[in-house]
Design a protein around this ligand. Structure first.
Ligand code: FAD
Length: 343
């Protein structure tokens, strides 16, 4: 395959390819349906030197300007059960598969384990990038391995959980493999001895309300879908990228000092003795909930979510994010780190 055979498009609008609905364009755009396409790109002297943006569902991005390079839109498909042992059933899915559809498909196969992660937007290939998490579970707890191509060396990488260096909304793909690795497929280990994970109070309450004392994985998925639908704006109706800031982690001493001044501080102890603060609560206390700055705003039902009020540019979102960060820093002395990637 040579580059002239690839379905490249130029001056391509990304408005429908980012859930913020920001109107930016890409110099060049290519749907990637196979590894061979990426290998053809690598062997082309011009294309291999263009700036690259790997794109899944565009649900964790802020496009701050037109992208001057090549957008590689992961569109490869496929999902299958690839094996089992005493502990787990192994499921492999291509990077271009939709995450939520994969979750539903595993449940239809009678496989539990991904239910708490229902309805997270985006693709399978992006899920390891920030180690997606919701309702008490992180991707790393169900992750087995992934395949990626290193676009610099051309090497095909097989990475296990350790190699991915997962942490809270973080992985090796945000550090040494940033702008290098393109994830091709991900394999999950779904536990045979499954226990419902009801650590998160909202989920337990929703199941109580449904009078489900011994919920199945499908019951939990339905509960999570109901909670998320109530709490989070649907990107098809209101542009957004989900939680805009990570929940900041502070030391026990910092938490004690904050609690002395703000007795209502919402915080959760972590396994290592540090404390996670609820970023949404901090933002709410600064009076931002429901407020706008230009065409960007803070969602009225959840202060952690920044939204496009209509026609917002990436710069509008950046200005609002900076104003929120400055107010939280001034009031609490706590820095908020954005969760989405700024392009
Ligand atoms: C309403 C809403 C709710 C959300 N809720 C949650 C939540 O509960 N928990 C959570 O963790 N996240 C949440 N998110 C964020 C988002 O859904 C996840 O981060 C998701 O994994 C992003 O997938 P994507 O395919 O849209 O990635 P994109 O936005 O397309 O890309 C995100 C990053 O991953 C890179 N990338 C994408 N695919 C690949 C690949 N195949 N190989 C290498 N790099 C790649 C991109 O270059 C970019 O840096 C939410 C977003 C929205 C809009």
């Amino acid at each position: 395959m040579t580059i002239s055979q690839l379905p490249l498009q130029f001056d391509f609008s990304l408005r429908r390819h980012n859930t913020f609905g920001i109107d930016a364009s890409a110099h060049a755009y290519l749907p990637v349906t196979s590894l061979a396409i990426l290998q053809a790109l690598r062997s082309d002297a011009h294309a291999s030197h263009l700036p690259r943006l790997v794109l899944g569902g565009g649900s964790n991005l802020v496009l701050t300007q037109d992208f001057p390079g090549l957008v590689l839109h992961m569109c490869n498909r496929g999902r299958e059960i690839v094996g089992e042992d005493d502990d787990a059933v192994y499921v492999r899915a291509a990077a271009g598969e939709n995450w939520h559809e994969l979750v539903l498909w595993t449940l239809e196969q009678g496989l539990a384990g991904l239910e708490n992660l229902s309805l997270i937007p985006g693709s399978v290939g992006a899920a390891p990038i920030q180690n997606i998490g919701a309702y008490g579970i992180e991707l790393q707890e169900r992750f087995h391995a992934l395949t990626a191509i290193d676009m610099e060396s051309g090497e095909i990488l097989s990475l296990d959980r350790n190699a991915c260096a997962f942490a809270y909304r973080d992985s090796v793909f945000k550090h040494s493999l940033r702008d290098r690795a393109v994830v091709l497929d991900v394999t999950f280990a779904l536990p045979k001895r499954w226990q419902p994970d009801l650590r998160y109070a909202d989920v337990a309450q929703e199941l109580d309300a449904r009078k489900l004392a011994q919920p199945s994985a499908r019951d939990i998925s339905a509960a999570v879908i109901a909670i998320r639908t109530r709490k989070l704006p649907d990107p098809a109706l209101i542009g957004n990228a989900g939680s805009f800031f990570k929940n900041p982690i502070v030391t026990a001493a910092q938490r004690a000092a904050l609690l002395a001044q703000h007795p209502q501080l919402v915080n959760y102890q972590q396994a290592d003795g540090s404390f996670k603060l609820a970023a949404g609560w901090l933002i709410d206390q600064c009076g931002w909930k429901g407020k706008n700055l230009g065409a960007a705003g803070v969602y009225e039902k959840q202060a952690l979510v920044l939204v496009n009020r209509g026609g917002a540019s990436g710069q509008d979102v950046v200005r609002l994010a900076q104003a929120v960060q400055a107010d939280v820093m001034a009031r609490f002395g706590v820095g908020l780190e954005p969760e989405p990637i700024f392009i």
